[in-house]
Design a protein around this ligand. Structure first.
Ligand SMILES: *Cc1c(COP(=O)(O)O)cnc(C)c1O
Length: 392
């Protein structure tokens, strides 16, 4: 692997494995399930971990290795593991460490499937969890139990865009000897590096902004070597590895992550401001908007505000549906982090499995609309959305 450079943008493009004898310029693709050895001794030593080598693509592959090295350079991490989806990463980052009798302390504002893992799957295995409010971090220590092993959080959260103070979370984790596991999906490695604030693991869905082009599923976990060793062991035997093809796609995507995120954030901030002025809009949430209650924290721990804006339409489910039905250019989809602007109504889609009470607890009111702001021209995006609002 080439060595780390001074700047994020350069590593995103130049950090790479040694090229093959053809000295190809772009990343080659290694579609092979297994690898060979020149002799029995080297095969033995590679299996024993005494010689570095690639054995089988469920464990590692040149494409996933290169991708992982890149994300580690971006986030200041020692090691990582790439998975087939973001949820595989979220799950492995927790399941590799938790055993029956353990307890997880989690910020309430979590991705829907993470919530399902904590409340439906882990309890079957004797792993319990408690939710705390993301903005009430000064009191989180009160919810820590003698068997608490991990602190799980997401910042900014989906779709409420609530932040957790990462520095304080790092201090709590350290003081109580907990593994701090941060879902960094919404910020991407470009906007936020949780490990710098004391997180032990930073987890991503590569599906979202990291690929940013809506064409693949993938996930990645980066963090301290000793913890990643544990995760690698877990994944090696349970099999959630990312395919070499997806690693190849994602590695190319990362070459443009910084420029894409700059524009996503610029468009999102402009749209958030325009929405704030619309008479059909009750409230707009965007981390870098002056009206966001945590704008100072956002500016401290994030480079820019991210590509997601959420707002509350005046009215409820009926008005939200009417609004969405007037959208002409943008897409109605549950995904996010794409070149295309996407609108979602969380109450009736991504968060419909939660109870009304659970939704309200994380700020998902019936009129909340989530916008993943794309890379189309900002005027075309906002014209479409503001015209649809005016038609309600
Ligand atoms: C989408 C998402 C995930 C899950 O990622 P997949 O690639 O869809 O499995 C996890 N966390 C957050 C915050 C997400 O937005």
């Amino acid at each position: 692997m080439t060595s780390k450079q001074k700047h994020f943008e350069t590593d995103a493009i130049r950090l790479q494995r040694e090229r093959t004898q053809y000295r190809e310029h772009s990343v080659p693709l290694f579609l092979t399930s297994s690898f060979t050895f020149p002799n029995a001794e080297e095969m033995r030593d590679t299996f024993a971990g005494e010689t570095e080598g690639i054995i089988y693509s469920r464990y590692s592959n040149p494409n996933t290795d290169e991708l992982i090295a890149k994300v580690c350079a971006m986030e200041g991490a020692e090691a990582g593991f790439a998975t087939a989806s973001g949820m595989a990463a979220v799950f492995a980052s927790m399941a590799a460490f938790l055993k029956a009798g353990d307890h997880v302390l989690a910020s309430r504002a979590l991705f829907g499937s993470t919530h399902q893992v904590l409340t439906k799957i882990f309890p079957k295995w004797g792993i319990t969890s408690t939710y705390v409010e993301p903005t009430d971090i000064d009191n989180w220590h009160e919810a820590i139990q003698p068997n608490t092993r991990m602190l799980v959080l997401e910042s900014p959260s989906n779709p409420g865009l609530t932040l957790v103070d990462l520095e304080k979370a790092g201090q709590i984790a350290k003081a109580h000897n907990l593994i701090l596991n941060v879902d960094n999906c919404f910020a991407t490695p470009y906007l936020q590096q949780p490990l710098q604030y004391g997180a032990d693991l930073s987890v991503h869905s590569g599906t979202k902004w990291m690929d940013g082009q809506g064409r693949m599923l993938g996930g990645i976990i980066v963090g301290k070597q000793a913890l990643i060793d544990e995760i690698q062991g877990f994944c090696r035997h349970t099999g959630p590895a990312m395919s070499p093809f997806n690693a190849w796609v994602l590695s190319k995507s990362l070459e443009t992550l910084s420029v894409r995120m700059e524009r996503h954030c610029q468009n999102a901030l402009a749209l958030a401001k325009r929405l704030s002025e619309h008479p059909r809009v009750n409230a707009v949430r965007y981390p870098f908007l002056d009206s966001h209650p945590q704008v100072d924290l956002a500016k401290k721990q994030m480079r820019l505000g991210g590509g997601l804006v959420s707002f509350e339409i005046k009215g409820g489910v009926a008005e939200s549906m009417q609004f969405l039905n007037q959208i002409k250019l943008c897409s109605l989809s549950s995904n996010l982090g794409d070149t295309r602007t996407i609108l979602t109504h969380p109450t009736t889609t991504t968060h419909s499995k939660l109870t009304e009470e659970e939704r309200l607890a994380v700020g998902i009111t019936p009129g909340l609309v989530r916008i993943s702001v794309g890379l189309e021209h900002i005027d075309d995006i906002s014209d479409d959305i503001l015209a649809a609002l005016s038609a309600v």
